[in-house]
Design a protein around this ligand. Sequence first.
Ligand SMILES: [Zn+2]
Length: 444
Amino acid sequence: MRTGNKTSTILKLFTVVGLTQIGFTQAVAQTVDITPTPHVQAEYAKVIADSRIKEGLAELERKEPEAIQEQFRLTEIPAPPFKEERRAAYFLEKMKERGLVDAYIDSEGNVIGIRKGRGDGPLLLIAAHLDTVFPDGVDTTVKQRDGRYYAPGIGDDTRGLATMLSVIDVLNRSSIETEGDIMFAANVGEEGRGDLRGIKAIFRDHPNIDGFISIDGVRLGRITNGGTGSRRFEFQFKGPGGHSFGAFGLASAIHAMGRAIAKISDLEPPSHPKTTFTVGTVDGGTSVNSIAADAVFALDMRSNDRQQLAILEQQAKDAALEAVAEENARWNNGEITVDFVLIGDRPVGRTDPSSPLVQLTAMTFRELGVDFKGLSISSTDSNVPMSLGIPAITITGGGDGGGAHSPDEWFVPTDSHLGPQTVWLLVLSLAGVDGTSSALLQSR
Ligand SMILES: [Zn+2]
């Protein structure tokens, strides 16, 4: 840990675009100045000088081996999408053991525990996600091989869950009273078709949340302050269908779909802000000798810009409507229709780099000697609060690892205590420490 006036150094950073949870593809888009304001610097200096907070840092390092064991236990409780109940029940117990005795599971399946503050401060939400991408039946036993620990989901996001438990534990056993309330959540539905359902429910049920930190994955160093949005649809084509020989002359749902895909393939969304699409799956028809009565494809569209995403969606729908019209005009009996069914909706969002949340995280990395690798844009639980104008970032839970979303996912606990330590300093400086510092997260 470094102390002193390092935090007063001007931080000039590069933003990084195109980061995903698996890997990033493009870097160095622009320079951003995130110089902390004098007020943020002054309050932060008080936090890091508080002996109870220093003791907490030391304790988090001392207890890290236990945190890693907890991470492995959590990993071995499978949590497939929409089947997070078992891991949630275990996590609820662990939250209660660590002093959040009123913790509960909400109607969506999220585990929520609140540590009350003095009552006149902001409400800060810290979350990590319970769900993995792995379906039922995948073996999640942790296996050690060549100095690494392997198991599906061991980093994404079991690391975040373990980090959160460590912080709850140390906070509970400290005598620190915060100004603001701190809500801890192990949420469901971050991955894939979960469509951020857990975090959406939390922000729906608690409109008074003032700020959010998502702890997700491994490799500390980036601050995700941008949320890539996505809109996913099934385009469903329907028609009468008939015998391929006897009913020849009928319009075909599959032919209409083919025309639509051809048109969509030719769309040219901008590369800045990055905007993308793909038809991920197709299905339809009854047999080789039938004119298809139904056809469906799934379309994924993403953008770092709300407006570009809306434009792309309109172009794709227009293309499908044109395709249907052409197919119907081509034949004598044109009765093909198309319906657009929304199957995924992750809002676009951004937290301003001048937000105290971003400033404090960069200062904390510096304080702890974490190599700060810049700002990034990704699709995480933070998309939801960002889109609502609530300050939010995503950082990782620490340690080294790779292979997220693959059966070969691995973790190595190199300096992994830096994850909980980062969250510890952020929580206390944002929520405000009674008798020491005022809350740097503003009540909205
Ligand atoms: Zn994740």
